[in-house]
Design a protein around this ligand. Structure first.
Ligand SMILES: [Fe+2]
Length: 352
């Protein structure tokens, strides 16, 4: 917007005073107390010049059969979206551009591409929701492994592989890596038997297998299940940074915001075990130049790792030791008001 468009830069109080001085519109700061029960003064102070009862009338239209959660969440969403529109004086043209962006994201989405999730990632919503959902996770050394966003490229039912197997097929230009460690109970430190590690990452060309016709189905993916010792090990590649798909609405939004599309090199994991709260996470390569400016803001310090040179193994130049720590559902519920909701969400993703 040009700097000369002053109305968009005025504080709300200034706007009101300007409007009420220059025309004969109703002073809605007065009408705010005219008997209308808004019930939202804490989040929507009447500092604008638009219909003061509009937002509450929308909220009041919710019927008695709506669930309490839906009633609460949608009332909040309506308040915030309306406040957003009023605060920025969104025009019809701008509104229609937003609608078209969402429609285009829908048209582009397939079982191999999730443009809606990319869009929410670009504005940081997925990472924020991840933080809220997994607030039990912290950077403390004795805490469960921190979570990170699922991202749009996970595929269900990756091949179950034996310990020591490689997830790499028909790729000769990658940095072969031996990853190993154990999966333990974060409180007791005891190994977890029957824990499943679901892993996926891109090829050196920056593409996941479903984006790349030259890769075999389920390349660079696999599921490994621990024995009594809770240990796992397999061969993979040292990951590569890559741009999120840039040819749709998410890419367009990044361009409009003068932002780059790069994600720092990372490997994705889902770790789950019977009676334990699943963890969706990523490990990030410290050497990556985008480690501090991830396009979707998913990096957490506790998830930044160092790949070590590996000697004497003809199958790998690097190794990555890493232990995952899980919390039982019981323990998670003690620490997180959201644990039950988390369980429902994850079940919807067929993670349990
Ligand atoms: Fe990724």
């Amino acid at each position: 917007m040009p700097e000369t468009e002053e109305p968009l830069t005025l504080a709300p109080e200034e706007k009101n005073s300007q409007v009420n001085t220059n025309d004969n519109r109703i002073d809605h700061n007065q009408s705010h107390t005219n008997g209308i029960t808004r019930g939202e003064s804490a989040t929507t102070p009447q500092t604008h010049r638009f219909d003061p009862s509009f937002t509450q009338s929308l909220i009041n239209a919710t019927g008695p059969k709506a669930s309490p959660r839906m009633r609460k969440v949608m009332a909040s969403l309506i308040r915030h979206v309306h406040d957003f529109a009023r605060e920025n004086e969104i025009t019809v043209d701008e509104y229609m551009a937003g609608v078209e962006m969402i429609n285009e994201a829908g048209r582009m989405s397939t079982d191999k591409r999730n443009e809606g999730q990319l869009l929410s990632g670009v504005i940081g919503l997925e990472s924020l929701v991840d933080e809220i959902t997994y607030k039990l996770a912290t950077d403390a050394t004795d805490a469960p492994t921190s979570s990170a966003i699922l991202g749009p490229f996970w595929r269900a039912n990756a091949p179950a592989r034996k310990m020591g197997e490689s997830i790499v097929h028909n790729i000769t230009d990658g940095d072969d890596t031996f990853m190993h460690g154990k999966i333990t109970d974060y409180l007791t430190g005891e190994p977890i038997e029957g824990a499943e590690l679901d892993v996926w990452h891109t090829a050196p060309n920056g593409l996941y297998e479903q984006q790349d016709e030259d890769q075999v189905d389920f390349n660079l993916r696999g599921r490994f299940t621990t024995g009594k010792d809770g240990r796992y090990n397999f061969y993979c590649l040292r990951p590569t940074s890559y741009p999120i798909p840039y040819d749709g609405p998410a890419g367009k939004l990044l361009q409009l915001l003068d932002r780059h599309p790069m994600r720092p090199a990372h490997i994705h994991f889902i770790v789950k075990a019977p009676n334990y709260k699943p963890i969706i996470t990523q490990l990030f390569d410290r050497r990556d130049k985008h480690i501090t400016d991830d396009a979707v803001f998913a990096v957490k310090e506790s998830l930044v790792v160092d790949f070590l040179p590996k000697e004497g193994d003809p199958k790998a130049r690097f190794e990555l030791p890493y232990d995952f720590r899980l919390a039982t559902y019981e323990e998670a519920k003690k620490n997180s008001e959201e644990a039950e909701a988390t369980f429902v969400d994850l079940t919807g993703l067929n993670l349990s």
